[in-house]
Design a protein around this ligand. Sequence first.
Ligand code: SGN
Ligand code: CA
Length: 569
Amino acid sequence: MNIRKNTTASMGRVILLSFFIIPVLSGCFSGKNKTTNTVKKESAELQDVAKIENKSRPNIVFIMSDDHSERAISAYGSELINTPNIDRIANEGAIFKNSFVANSICGPSRAVMLTGKHSHINGFTDNHSRFDGNQPTYPQYLQKSGYQTAVVGKWHLHSDPVGFDYWEILRGQGHYYSPEFITNTPNEITVVKDVKNKKGKVIKTEYENTYRGAYATIKTGDLALNFLENRDKSKPFAMIYNHKAPHRNWMPNVDDLGVIDTSNLKVPDNFFDDYENRPAAKLQELEVNDMYLSYDLKLTEADYAGDLADISMGWGKQWQALYGRMTPSQKSKWDAYYQELNKEYQNVKGDEKALLVWKYRRYMHDYLSSIYAMDKDIGRVLDYLDEQGLAENTIVVYTSDQGFYIGEHGWFDKRFMYEESMRTPLVVRYPAKIKANQVVNEMVQNLDYAATFLDFAGIDIPDDIQGISLKGRLIDQEPIERDALYYHYYEGIEKEHKVAKHEGIRTDTHKLIHFKDVGLDHFELYDIAADPSEMNNLYGTASISKIQSELHSQLLKVKEQYQAPVISK
Ligand code: SGN
Ligand code: CA
């Protein structure tokens, strides 16, 4: 194998490496949690897990996408797109109709999943945090008990993965075209890079693979299939297979252009929301109307010349850089398709409302096209499991790091505790033990995944894990007992998209949210059954006063249960 030495100044030593996994790079298990808060210290150590010699332990394939609204999955009744492969998982197993996250943003949601603990405990509260990989996570427990573990695709936790025999992850958010991955297992295209701190001292060596001309979704599937094909067949495996799609800026695969048609798509009923009685909703910057004509909506400079400030704000350049990652043949397919599609912009640009509807349709075109490619890629992995006779004894999960707004309230993005972004899809298949065609209506949360995997793998669930195992519900239809879910979003109005900091609880019927940020301190209360779109904030109205005080007590109780810091009113 040749490991290429990058020629730039920041890159360095080529070291001899074997073809095999390099344990030293995948971290160690003994480190103490370095976070400071007292609550976190208590949960620092990886508890003792014995090697379990049991040939029938299930394999795990955990598939996660980025920003996939359940309203863009046909198993959830979507009329926007067909997702036959995600639907297969749902139909051959269970679909969770009330599945939620604890903090609707990428890194924090992933940290909750890995640890089974809320953000204030695992320390990764917002996207600018760095995950303390030395704290216990379910992959570490699985690995220690005898699983071969791997993660491929989007990671976005800033620190290197710990607890994985093999990892190959997108650098940061990753790119749709010609993506760069970093890995602990170099291959023939690997470039070795030294990472230096501010003082110029080398703090670690990275192995980077740039797959020129590849489309990230397909490359991620290739990596997943390679891992499965070359795995250690004497062990059960647990593979996390994470797509970047359909994250902003939603670049479809050129080979799929034309498959999705949104030219007549209607906007959602509350697309022209005026945010009355919801001050935080009024403050946000999530509106489809604010999308960049270039970076988000794929117009060329020639299309919008002189119309808006895209170029001066740097977004035209950003878009050019992403477009520039395509090969000449990809560019020509892209141009041939979009040049034709972009003509409509000239017809609508003089009419504010028509332009906004056009923006929505273009957004949905690209978002759905990205999902189309991803669903196909999931199909490749499902087919492989079938061909290899692995499907029966493998737990396959499909979920997203959170939900997403696809025009509801006039928005894109996530972050709010409102339904569209607090929800996340969750379907689970395990033919050996889980009956097909199950619909689970009880509320579950991404907090529950770690406990569930450990339980299925025959590992005692450590006491400090805050989520609950869903195994009993999936196998024996035992009801899930939980009255309320806790939610906390930390970034705030000074960060990207200006969504105020908030926390709250959701019960089966109601939601109480406390927004508290610079210049904001207010509650919202929704009757979700009567008002699923959360347009009518009932907080403070006489008819709801009893429920309101019950929700307040419940919020306090839930916070105490999860050891969450008190926020003063
Ligand atoms: C980027 C996007 C945001 C998005 C965050 C977080 N902006 O910063 O729109 O909310 O990621 O997404 S972009 O201009 O860079 O596209 S997350 O899924 O990683 O949490
Ligand atoms: Ca995300």
